[in-house]
Ligand binder design. Structure first.
Ligand code: ATP
Length: 315
């Protein structure tokens, strides 16, 4: 039995135990780790979530991060004795938590208090938008498996990619992202579209070689916000898909953007979508890569599904 399942069994069993049993006490503890630098961060909203949880009988601690990497360290700590670890931040912060949980033999249930520039996971899971709704979700303790992928061993919960979108992620200035949010990505994409030199990528999915300009390994349904790219996928079910774009010139990028807005990317011309168990994205010149909206070095990137799932709170 995996560490996660053992823990799930313990927590599920907690209702049969006395309220003052250490396991019951631990299950009531909620640690909120908040990234105050994430886009749209709202301290008052966080206070409201904390107040609702406390009113519901939880013992709540809020820790604000002071640097990148801290969320991962907290989540990796095997002494983390809480029932729920809630990440208040964007997809990058959630990614850090999952990366940390990988080294924790008994990770607690994960919850997300969505801030961030484009919290794709929140759309994916249909998370509540109000503080009261999020607290109610955590008090109900309904969980779902959270499957994730590994890119060169690094977890990703939404997508890992190489090509144009990763170049945009690498190039978007942080100050512009903080000021303009998603619009900063659009402006950077437009600037790059007319100046960059695209490179061919070789995406080898379970032995099939696909030459493309953008290769996205997606773990879920959504991309860039609430936009559907892979209708059959879900982070709550195992399985990764490759979305490969044949061209990445300005016109193709525009067509892709429009198809994305309409939720028709998977049907667009020059787009290939297929499931895979093993994917390698390579190129003769190193091409920028990204995971979950944060820069992730350059090609080559080797992608597989993680062998175990985590447990995440859902509405
Ligand atoms: N206190 C901090 N100072 C600087 N960086 C931090 C801090 N805490 C966390 N981080 C890092 O900030 C990165 C981005 O954070 P996050 O994803 O929460 O916000 P975002 O970039 O606005 O959202 P999104 O990923 O949805 O675009 C994370 O990868 C995380 O490692």
């Amino acid at each position: 039995m995996s560490a996660l399942r053992k823990r799930a069994a313990i927590v599920a069993d907690r209702t049969d135990r006395r309220d003052d049993h250490p396991i019951a006490l631990e299950a009531r503890k909620v640690l909120i780790v908040a990234n105050p630098t994430s886009g749209g961060y709202r301290p008052r909203f966080l206070d409201a979530v904390r107040a609702h949880l406390a009113a519901g009988g939880c013992e709540v601690e809020v820790r604000l991060t002071t640097r990148a990497g801290e969320i991962g360290e907290i989540c990796a700590d095997p002494r983390l004795a809480v029932g729920i670890l809630a990440v208040a931040g964007g997809d990058g912060s959630v990614n850090e938590a999952i990366t940390g949980f990988q080294s924790n033999p008994m990770p607690p249930d994960l919850a997300v208090i969505p801030f961030g520039t484009a919290n794709v996971l929140a759309h994916e899971l249909g998370l509540p938008t109000s503080a009261e709704g999020l607290a109610r979700m955590m008090l109900r303790r309904k969980t779902a498996p959270l499957h994730y992928g590994l890119a060169n061993g690094r977890p990703f919960v939404l997508m890992a990619s190489a090509g144009f979108d990763a170049e945009v992620v690498h190039a978007v200035p942080l100050a512009l992202k903080r000021r303009l949010g998603k619009l900063a990505y659009v402006i950077t994409a437009l600037r790059l579209a007319f100046t960059r030199k695209g490179r061919d990528l070789e995406a080898t999915a379970d032995g099939e070689r696909i030459v493309c300009r953008l290769a996205v390994a997606t773990n879920g349904r959504c991309y860039g916000g609430p936009f559907t790219v892979c209708p059959d996928a879900s982070v709550s079910r195992p399985g990764l898909h490759l979305l490969a774009l044949e061209k990445d010139g300005p016109l193709s990028a525009l067509r892709f953007g429009l198809a994305l807005l309409l939720g028709r990317v998977h049907k667009a011309r020059g787009v290939r979508l297929r499931p895979f168990a093993h994917l390698r994205i390579a190129s003769t010149h190193a091409v920028p890569a990204q995971v979950d909206g944060d820069p992730f070095g350059r090609t080559p990137v080797e992608i597989t599904a993680a062998p175990d799932a985590l447990s995440i709170l859902v509405p």
